[in-house]
Design a protein around this ligand. Structure first.
Ligand code: FAD
Length: 497
């Protein structure tokens, strides 16, 4: 049977026709953030059952209580995971982020798009509490019709929403705190070496969650010949770039995806004389496979497919190089100082007479500064924190050999995860403690699908992760819970049920 996907997977229209009804009635809609925050407290109170803290405390080697879970990364994934754990009454948790408050993730730093690429309706961080959604937050401040009138969410709004989300939920985030290393410790704990404002410290936890984002299992992809240039002459789109310094300069940008185009536009808008944008592909395809996968079946249950099916899907998705979003294309096209070199790439670079000389497939070019929009390399082996454990961690190359024609070395290096993002041992019995390490980052895509790589997946990924953490915390201590139940029975405690 062949399916016409466009016709079959039609969208259910939003309830905009309810606007007049809502505006005229006494229905409780927050008209300010203060009102919204009060409503959220009430929402959380109404669905608070069961209310008891239940995770049994474990004492760390330094005498402190080990964290039930420690989350590395205070971006949207880490915050959602923290909220999910708190709602499940896993109370003793900590989120750490190496960046100062407000600089976590791309939104206030290296994200140079004007709007989110996702639809404004994408949600999920609310974890089912409607008043916690971006829409409720927006409408409380700007009104219902402003939401209807908005096409896509400005990046700054999303950034502000994340700060608010963290504050209103009182999530325990420690900024300027970088995870350096982790290792198994006594009593089933994980020891974590961190640096807080440069000062080393060891923390202990029972479960360690990596919510470290797009480069959490790898690194920005920097072409070797660019690395030999002086550091003040080039940047990757992942870096902080002082665009004001590019005023009046000639800039070269390499890359065919959204970030390369947004960085080229930003340089041009900030007054660069000329921005030359090189991208190998000319057939920039407007269709995006991530957009295809925006439905419950794929988002929630990709991880339930067998390994061959998962490989085929993600291999195909990776082979597909979607064009930048329409807004980004329009932004670039509107700038007369962006000159596109479609169909051409760079082969070498050197510094000559204070200019960066780029050898491109369409000739030799001289620039004052160059920007790489060349994406990311997925490879845990380049991450210092994973290096001591590389012999133990299961990768996809350990569990799956794709048939001829489907090989992909990048995918083969991805960590092979269990049903709730937990890492697996390469050889059974050699490092069972790895199950306590949850990889809720971009590197989870092959095992888990979209659940950890963008906003559309968080709604499904965060609950799955929380389920896995809670399952382990309870099952590991089942003997203690059983003993507790027997003691409780004989102590004459009563209950309403
Ligand atoms: C430019 C850009 C635009 C994007 N636009 C969209 C979009 O519109 N829609 C969408 O769905 N997705 C988008 N994405 C993809 C994805 O949603 C984002 O990458 C998003 O930020 C992922 O959230 P996260 O919380 O997983 O990771 P991040 O937001 O990247 O957060 C990870 C955090 O981990 C911290 N960290 C990393 N290592 C350590 C360490 N060792 N110790 C302490 N802290 C550490 C980092 O400082 C960072 O703050 C975009 C990505 C980029 C790069």
């Amino acid at each position: 049977m062949t399916i016409d996907h466009a016709a079959f997977m039609r969208e259910v229209p939003p309830l905009t026709q309810m606007r007049d009804l809502l505006a005229d009635s006494d229905l409780p809609i927050a008209r300010s953030l203060a009102q919204l925050e009060a409503m959220i407290r009430r929402d959380l109170d109404m669905v608070r059952y069961p209310i008891r803290s239940w995770v049994l405390p474990k004492t760390a080697p330094d005498g402190s209580r080990a964290y039930d879970a420690l989350i590395v990364g205070g971006g949207q994934s880490g915050l959602s995971a923290a909220f999910g754990l708190k709602r499940s009454r896993v109370d003793h948790i900590l989120v750490i982020d190496e960046k100062p408050a407000g600089q976590e993730g791309p939104w206030g730093t290296y994200g140079r798009m004007r709007t989110l690429r996702s639809e404004k309706f994408v949600g999920g961080m609310d974890l089912g509490i409607p008043n916690l959604s971006i829409r409720a937050w927006f409408e409380a401040q700007y009104g219902l019709s402003a939401w209807d009138a908005m096409d896509k969410l400005p990046k700054q709004l999303w950034h502000r929403y994340l700060s608010w989300y963290r504050r209103v939920l009182d999530l325990p985030v420690r900024n300027n705190c970088r995870l350096i290393d982790f290792r198994p410790a006594e009593d089933g704990l994980i020891a974590i070496d961190v640096e807080k404002d440069g000062v080393p410290e060891t923390l202990w936890c029972r479960k360690l969650v990596f919510a470290t984002g797009i480069d959490g299992n790898g690194t920005p992809n920097v072409l070797p010949f660019i690395q030999s240039l002086p550091a003040d002459r080039w940047a990757h789109t992942h870096d902080m770039i002082d665009f004001a310094k590019l005023r009046g300069k000639k800039v070269g940008v390499l890359g065919g995806a959204a970030s390369a185009f947004d960085n080229a536009a930003m340089a041009a808008e900030m007054g660069a004389d000329e921005v030359h944008l090189f991208h190998r592909r000319t057939d920039l395809n407007p269709a995006n496979p991530v957009a295809w996968g925006q439905f419950n079946g794929f988002l929630a249950h990709f991880a339930d497919l067998d390994i061959a099916q998962r490989w085929r899907f993600i291999n195909h998705i990776h082979s597909f190089k979607p064009a930048p979003p329409a807004e980004t294309m329009a932004r670039v096209k509107s700038l007369s100082n962006v000159i596109r070199h479609g169909g051409y790439t760079w082969t070498d670079a050197r510094l000559d007479d204070e200019k960066v000389i780029i050898e491109a497939t369409d000739g030799t070019h001289a620039f004052d500064f160059v920007i790489l929009g060349t994406g990311y390399i997925l490879d845990v082996a380049v991450r210092r924190e994973f290096q001591p454990h590389l012999d133990l961690i299961a990768l996809w190359s350990d569990v799956y050999t794709p048939p001829p024609g489907e090989q992909n070395d990048n995918l083969a290096r991805a960590t092979y995860l269990g049903a709730s993002f937990e890492m697996q041992e390469k050889v059974k019995g050699t490092a069972p403690w790895l199950n306590s390490i949850f990889n809720f980052s971009r590197g989870a895509q092959l095992s888990m699908g979209t659940m950890a790589i963008g906003l559309s997946g968080i709604k499904f990924g965060a609950p799955r992760l929380v389920h896995g953490v809670c399952q382990q915390l309870f099952c590991e201590d089942v003997a203690l819970y059983e003993a507790g139940m027997k003691k409780w029975q004989t102590s004459g405690a009563t209950t309403d049920e």
